[in-house]
Structure formats: structure tokens, C-alpha cells
Design a protein around this ligand. Structure first.
Ligand code: PMP
Ligand code: GLN
Length: 381
């Protein structure tokens, strides 16, 4: 049988590749972004409680109303914005499903979608499956600043979506208020939707405030923001997330969502709704992860790896040009096989990799793991 692939050029994700290599070589895995510590015991207990309380049947298509209410309360607390839980929130199977559903719902064949590269790897395949063309704007190391005039010039009649991501994976940069204002001005009055990937909303450091599209009333009317409980509650394997947007957009999002998954798993929704009642479960995250970022940075200060201090996410970039001329993918493989620490190269996040000598390390790890990795990396000279 001849299969006509919709993604003929698609590779296996770099996260899968590097985790497999890490396992094969028994390397400490600072590559793929996941915590090596468990989620809170109280949250695990809630899941057990609800799975044993006959909460195992379908819930409403948009998700459990109690969970949507709890999310709306969190948005009120963190962004001082009122979002109607009835028709502006949809619970999804992780942010990846929310992103795929949003692109499927709003991007048509022949459209153009502006992405900012380096870009998280699930955007381009979803755009291609929708029959549209990704248009990459390249942010430049080390600042990865965005010239919004250039973005404005990239907009054409065919542009139906602009995808942003703050805090940003893989660079660890965050957008400022001025960035969001510039974006708001670009899309104002146009049929362009902003898909805002905010999965690391609570992982932001040095007193910075997360600039969500939800804080900008006019921009919000043209936006869908996506979030992930995997990042917020150290539970990446549960694949639970949600999308937030104005009713008009959310109705269309749910129009696709109902034929895609209908609804996502029930018992974790009950557990998450209850866990969200305690705001410190998420307001404590910046301090918790900032300590880990600083521990890793400090542990590597005597190596030739030069950090670009992470402003958000649980990733930090390190420049290795003092060490090697290898391309980033080859250097990440060398680190994994020979030094015993797995890293992620940046080239897979670009359509045209700029050749920077930079790798990404994940610091969502126990201090003992970070210390063991640092000990191995101290061999580099
Ligand atoms: N967007 C970004 C920027 C991510 O880093 C990730 C996951 N690591 C996702 C989306 C997907 O999140 P989820 O695991 O909830 O699908
Ligand atoms: N988002 C995670 C990262 O950037 C990986 C998720 C995945 O493996 N698909 O490392």
C-alpha cells in the first residue's frame, strides 16, 4: 500500500532522540524537559481519591466546570482579568493538543503563520497538516530580541495566525509589556489570531511578571492562550492542559475539540480543581525553580560552558564555543556519550539553523542530579 504522508520530511523529535541516547549511554538526562522529582504527594492523593470516588466517566466536553472555575480564579489572581469559566476555557490533553486544535480550527489551506524561531517543535508540523506555510522570523543569540517592525512587514493578506511563546523554550527569554503592546498594534483590525504558548507562565525569575495576552483586553479578543499542568504541577506525563480565549474564538476551538477528543480524562480534573484552591501550589514556583537555576549556574561556573541566564522556563542555554567547533547536534551527542550528560541542541528549533555554538540544559532536577551532572561536566576543558 502506498501511503501519502502529510509530513514527509518529519523527523523523530529531538527530545525522543536525546532521551534514547541518554538511556543507552546511562547519561544524566538534562535534555528532554521533565522533572526528575515527583509531583506533590497531596496532588497524587487527590488523584487516588477521585479515581476511587466513581469519577471515571465522561465529563463535559470543555472540561469539568469546577476546574474551569478554579482556572478562572487563578487568572483573576495572577492577571487581574475576568475570564468566564462557562465559555472561555477548554481543558485539553496537554498544551500540545491545545496548539494542534487551535491551528486546525483557525488555519486554512494556503494561509501563512508567523512563528518566532527558535520555535518549539510542534508548531510547524501542525501548520503543515493544515496545508499552510510557516513563516519564520529568526531571533538572534544572545538576546533573542524581536524587531516588531520586521514582524509587521512579514504580515500579508494570507497571514491568519502569529504564534508567540513566553517564557520561551528553548531560549529562556521572556516577553516584556512593550512586546505585547507592539503585537497588539500589529494585529489590531486584522483577521489574525495570536496563539500564545504560555506553558511556563509560573516559571519566571528575578521578580519578572509574566506578560500574558490575558492582561491586554484588546489583544485578548484576538488571542488563544495555552497552558500546561505538566509544567505547573510537575506532572508532564499526565498530559493535562487548557486553552483560554474569548467566546467567539473558543466556540470555534471547541467545534474542533469535540471531534478530536470530545473531553479529556476525568479524575485528574477533579484533583487539579482541588489542588488549585491553594494558590501557593503555583505562586511558590518562581523561587523553587530559581534556586535550581542558580545551583546549576553556580555548579558550572568553573567550566568553559558560558550560561545565558534563564529568565523563565526550566531551561538554560550554555555557549560551548570555547570548547569545541562541533555543530550543536554533534556536540550534544558527544556530551551524552563521552561526558555522560544529555543536552538538547538548538538547531532542530530552526528552519535555517544559524550555527550558534549553544546547547540547552534542563534544571528541573533534584539538586543531587544537578550536582552529579556538574561533576561530570567539570571534565570539560
Ligand atoms: N509548548 C512548549 C513551549 C513546551 O515546552 C511544551 C512541552 N514541553 C509544550 C508546549 C507542550 O506541553 P504539554 O506537555 O502540556 O503538551
Ligand atoms: N517540551 C519538552 C522540552 O522542551 C519536551 C516535550 C516532548 O518530549 N515532546 O524538552
Amino acid at each position: 500500500m502506498k501511503i501519502k504522508s502529510k509530513l514527509p520530511k518529519s523527523d523523530i523529535t529531538i527530545f525522543t532522540v536525546m532521551s534514547a541516547l541518554a538511556n543507552k549511554h546511562k547519561a544524566i538526562n538534562l535534555g528532554q524537559g521533565f522533572p526528575d522529582f515527583d509531583c506533590d504527594e497531596s496532588l497524587r492523593d487527590l488523584v487516588v481519591k477521585y479515581v476511587n470516588s466513581e469519577k471515571n466517566q465522561y465529563c463535559p466536553m470543555a472540561g469539568l466546570l469546577d476546574l474551569r472555575q478554579a482556572i478562572s480564579d487563578k487568572i483573576k489572581l495572577t492577571c487581574n482579568t475576568t475570564v468566564n469559566p462557562q465559555d472561555e476555557i477548554c481543558i485539553t490533553a496537554g498544551a500540545t493538543q491545545a496548539i494542534f486544535t487551535a491551528i486546525t480550527a483557525f488555519v486554512h489551506e494556503g494561509d501563512e503563520v508567523i512563528i518566532l524561531e527558535p520555535a518549539y517543535d510542534c508548531y510547524i508540523p501542525a501548520i503543515q497538516i493544515a496545508g499552510a506555510t510557516p513563516k519564520g522570523y529568526q531571533m538572534v543569540y544572545p538576546d533573542y530580541a524581536i524587531d516588531w517592525n520586521e514582524i509587521k512587514n512579514m504580515v500579508t493578506e494570507k497571514t491568519s495566525m502569529i504564534i508567540i511563546n513566553t517564557p520561551h523554550n528553548p531560549t529562556g527569554t521572556v516577553l516584556k509589556k512593550e512586546d505585547l503592546v507592539a503585537l497588539e498594534n500589529i494585529v489590531a483590525g486584522k483577521n489574525i489570531i495570536v496563539l500564545s504558548d504560555e506553558v511556563y507562565e509560573h516559571l519566571i525569575y528575578d521578580g519578572e511578571v509574566h506578560q500574558s495576552v490575558l492582561r491586554f483586553p484588546n489583544l485578548y479578543q484576538q488571542s488563544l492562550a495555552v497552558f500546561s499542568f505538566g509544567k505547573t504541577f510537575h506532572s508532564t506525563g499526565w498530559k493535562m492542559g487548557y486553552a483560554v480565549g474569548p467566546k467567539q474564538l473558543m466556540d470555534e476551538f471547541k467545534n474542533v475539540h469535540q471531534w478530536n477528543v470530545f473531553c479529556v480524562n476525568s479524575f485528574t480534573q477533579y484533583a487539579l480543581a482541588e489542588h488549585l484552591q491553594t494558590p501557593t501550589n503555583y505562586t511558590s514556583l518562581p523561587a523553587f525553580f530559581e534556586r535550581k537555576r542558580d545551583f546549576l549556574t553556580d555548579s558550572l561556573k568553573d567550566t568553559p560552558l558560558k550560561p545565558k541566564l534563564s529568565q523563565g522556563t526550566f531551561f538554560q542555554l550554555f555557549n560551548y564555543e570555547a570548547l569545541s567547533d562541533l555543530e550543536d547536534a554533534a556536540f550534544a551527542k558527544y556530551l551524552t556519550k563521552e561526558i555522560g550528560v544529555a543536552a538538547i541542541p538548538l538547531s532542530p528549533f530552526y528552519s535555517k539553523p544559524p550555527g550558534d555554538k549553544v546547547i540547552r540544559l534542563c534544571f528541573a532536577k533534584k539538586e543531587s542530579t544537578l550536582a552529579a551532572a556538574a561533576k561530570r561536566l567539570a571534565k570539560l576543558s
